[in-house]
Design a protein around this ligand. Sequence first.
Ligand code: GDP
Length: 355
Amino acid sequence: ALTIGIVGLPNVGKSTMFNALTKNNVLAANYPFATIEPNVGVVPLPDPRLKKLAEIFGSAAILPATVSFVDIAGIVKGASEGEGLGNKFLANIREADAICQVVRAFVDDDVHHVDGKVSPSSDLETINTELILADLQTLEKAVPRLEKEVKGKKTEKSVYEAALAAQKVLEEGKTLSSVGFDTSEIRELGLLTAKPFIYVFNVDESQLTDEVFQAEMQALVAPAEAIFLNAQLESEVAELDEDEAKELLESVGITEPGLEQLAHKGFNTLGLQTYLTAGPKETRAWTIGKGWTAPMAAGVIHTDFQKGFIKAEIISFDDLVECGSVAEARAKGKARMEGKDYVMQDGDVVEFRHS
Ligand code: GDP
């Protein structure tokens, strides 16, 4: 499953947000999911289409796509010096597909700020600096080793050159993802700043609808995505049922809970989408990359489906809902037989034919 690591300075609201994510009443009531470890929460990707499909097919169960969130504590100013970032921290962050950096914007004198004042831009810089320093340490060790390996013809020169180029970007104080650095040659180094970043600004209620402020923050992190949420409010929302939650959110002027925005933007940032399968047993969403072909998508269900792929019967979700049943969709010519070159679209309802 897609894994998003949550990082940020102490006291910015990481745990509050993590708890809201993993103890959400509405999600828990609709989908079975679990907290595996204290700092890992598996959260379903909210998708209203699943319920509709389950009705059409009379499915006994709904299995949404999931996003795992890992609360990675341990970044403070100077964390990369001395002992370096802890091993557990590094292991957690290396496993993550994307990094969600939580930044404090809310003002509350009762909540201590590690630097004594609330400043989103300097917090961003502190965290980025620590991650950049950690990557520079990795490269300081790797570059001489790679140089030797190139001389001994054990490594391609292009790998060594990519490492040097990465080092240059980092020495300029930039994260690798912010300049779109292609790390495919040096993936084995597990550089932290090469991962896609999403920024969550934990804001005061008044800032939730403050477009000027939000544009300013968005500019700080561009081209990455920024999300604005109030972690405390999200944790209150998490304890309510669906209608009450909707009402509370509307009262502060937001339509989609921040945590759902986070799951959706996480998917987007990573270029992911879902396709759907449905039957009497279950309705299910499957995670694939954008641009994947039908056989690749089939392989997510089972490698045999990909190897023995013959064709896929595909009905788009909207067509299926309009027709009301597969039989009706077929009768109206809305069910398409697609071959191995078909590029999957988000929300395709699929049945694979395989040998
Ligand atoms: P962490 O160290 O980043 O995990 O931060 P916590 O989630 O433990 O939050 C630190 C403190 O800030 C706690 O007392 C929270 O109740 C408080 N807090 C978290 N989010 C908000 C918020 O949106 N507004 C206000 N006023 N306080 C918050």
